[in-house]
Design a protein around this ligand. Structure first.
Ligand SMILES: Cc1cc2nc3c(=O)[nH]c(=O)nc-3n(C[C@H](O)[C@H](O)[C@H](O)COP(=O)(O)OP(=O)(O)OC[C@H]3O[C@@H](n4cnc5c(N)ncnc54)[C@H](O)[C@@H]3O)c2cc1C
Ligand SMILES: NC(=O)c1ccc[n+]([C@@H]2O[C@H](COP(=O)([O-])OP(=O)(O)OC[C@H]3O[C@@H](n4cnc5c(N)ncnc54)[C@H](O)[C@@H]3O)[C@@H](O)[C@H]2O)c1
Length: 466
């Protein structure tokens, strides 16, 4: 028999789940939200992921050559901790203040399709719910590297944020989002960073010229890349770790103070006992959902990273809109409604993209116009010169028949903002001519569009083939 019965149970305090709990609770629906860790109130984004890492990226970029690396890092981590503590408290209060929401500390596992058991220490609680929303996120995936689990010098994206002392030499396994953001960040803090990736080139989902520009930027900050390589072994020495890296040509032994493993993330389903509810998972272990985020069990939904969609906070947020529409709307909203979803890698400056890149546009077989310009060459965009960072480029792809934007890459200061404007233009059908002739504030980054889009030309031979 259940100890508590609610209309909606949310498992995990992710972005989608907490937003849904608040919205339904404010409508007076009875909600329970279960979170396994006090240090994760508010979810991964504010505690260990987006916000703290961008805070550290920002602090690192502010360091000047004369500033002591260790002192700067210690202060930056203290600032990061202060920020996350404030956000955590605020997030807790936001739900605790809603009468219809019951917050439960503990670890949830399914005991039936609509029944969950929560364990907190020696206490057990049974909750029955009409609808259940799984929002348990992902955790770092660890590749099988000999010696990695025994080494005291191996970190993941969470633990490296409190590494002590600042590593003089840091080796990062994986050159994806996490690997590159931390590479830039630690290089700016003063570490000597080496990135090892098993891809033949960096950022294989980006055009070659964009990936090369990113690599050149990071190399300028002192980051070294070992590509087409595999980490074979990590051996702890008394004062360092030796990392054995195999490339096509040789075996290298690199001596470092810390190793960050950033090779992707796996779904948090351990202990959830999805089988007890008959909830299907795919071959990677992610919960299988349909376009309205319903799992194989009617009335059980999965939102955020756990459903195998793109791993971004704003996707988890949009997932909540879909489920909210199922539970309190007309049930029409679905993942198929998503158009022009932008993304940003928070380098300094950031790299952002929406829609197709040049390679994809050309491979689609359609006619394509491209406008591409290095930031340093855009005369009508003085803001990067004012800020003192003229790295990067802007590239926009346009359909010559409709004048509509097919995609854009913005690698520049303010890219995380400019890309949202371009995404909105794509969703709203705003033409390239309209953007080119737009009246924008000055000096701003948006005004780059005046000049860049004046240079549209047909894509010819493949300057940026993969
Ligand atoms: C280092 C890093 C940086 C990132 N930066 C960005 C960024 O800049 N922008 C961006 O959009 N995305 C970023 N991401 C991705 C983003 O963090 C995730 O996509 C986002 O947090 C989605 O989370 P979620 O809603 O799936 O759940 P999460 O926020 O992961 O929350 C899941 C919660 O469930 C809890 N839980 C798990 N199992 C149980 C259980 N059995 N019982 C009870 N509770 C449980 C966990 O403790 C956790 O609090 C980053 C990720 C990482 C790792
Ligand atoms: N700014 C953001 O929005 C942001 C920031 C961080 C993370 N995230 C999200 O978190 C997810 C996870 O990030 P991530 O960087 O861990 O994964 P990722 O999938 O982005 O990158 C993993 C990288 O590791 C490499 N790799 C895998 N196994 C390897 C091995 N054994 N040896 C060497 N290299 C190996 C891959 O080639 C790839 O380049 C991202 O996909 C993203 O959705 C988003």
């Amino acid at each position: 028999m259940a100890d508590i019965e609610v209309e909606v149970l949310v498992i995990g305090w992710g972005k989608g789940g907490k937003t849904l709990a608040g919205a339904l609770g404010r409508q007076g629906r009875t909600i329970a939200l279960v979170e396994q860790s006090e240090s994760m109130y508010g979810g991964g984004c504010i505690n260990i992921a987006c916000v703290p890492t961008k805070d550290l990226v920002h602090s690192a970029a502010e360091r000047r050559p004369g500033d002591d690396p260790q002192t700067w890092f210690t202060d930056a981590v203290a600032g990061r901790d202060d920020l996350t503590a404030r956000l955590r408290a605020r997030n807790h209060a936001m739900l605790a203040d809603v009468d219809a929401v019951t917050l439960i500390d503990g670890r949830a596992r399914f005991v039936g399709p609509h029944e969950v058991e929560v364990t907190a220490g020696s206490d057990l609680l049974h909750i029955r719910a009409g609808s259940i929303v799984i929002n348990t996120g992902t955790v770092p995936a660890t590749p099988a590297i000999a010696g990695a689990s025994e080494s005291a010098r191996v970190y993941d994206s969470t633990t490296i944020q409190h590494v002590e002392p600042l590593p003089e030499r840091l080796l990062i396994v994986g050159g994806g989002y996490v690997g590159l953001e931390f590479a830039g960040m630690f290089a700016h803090f003063g570490s000597q960073v080496t990135v090892v990736d098993h891809g033949e080139r960096l950022m294989r989902h980006e055009d070659r010229d964009v990936a090369d520009t990113v690599q050149a930027l990071l190399e300028e900050s002192g980051v070294e890349f070992v590509l087409d390589a595999d980490v074979e072994r990590i051996e702890d020495e008394p004062d360092a770790a030796t990392v054995v890296v195999a490339t096509a040509d040789d075996i290298r032994r690199l001596t470092v103070d810390a190793v960050l493993v950033a090779t992707g993330r796996k779904p948090t389903t351990d202990g959830l006992d999805l089988e007890a509810a008959g909830i299907a998972v795919d071959d990677r272990g992610f919960v299988v959902v349909d376009d309205r985020l319903q799992t194989s069990v009617p009335g059980v939904f999965a939102v955020g990273d756990i459903n195998g969609g793109p791993q971004f906070t704003y996707i988890s947020l949009d997932d909540h809109r879909i489920v909210l529409d199922q539970l309190a709307g007309n049930g029409q909203r679905s993942r198929a409604d998503r158009v022009a979803v932008p993304s940003t890698v928070f380098l300094t400056p950031p790299l952002a993209r929406v829609g197709m890149n040049e390679t994809q546009a050309r491979e689609s077989g359609r006619d394509v116009l491209v406008a591409s310009k290095r930031i340093a060459d855009i005369a009508a965009m003085p803001r990067p010169k004012i800020v003192g960072d003229t790295h990067g480029l802007i590239k926009v792809l346009v359909d010559p028949h409709t004048d509509l934007i097919l995609g854009a890459t913005v690698f520049s200061i303010d890219a995380q903002e400019v890309i949202n404007l371009l995404a909105l233009a794509m969703r709203a059908g705003v033409t390239a001519t309209n953007l080119r002739d737009g009246i924008w504030t000055h000096p701003s980054s948006t005004e780059a569009l005046n000049e860049v889009l004046a240079g549209l030309r047909p894509t010819a031979v493949a300057p940026s083939a993969p």
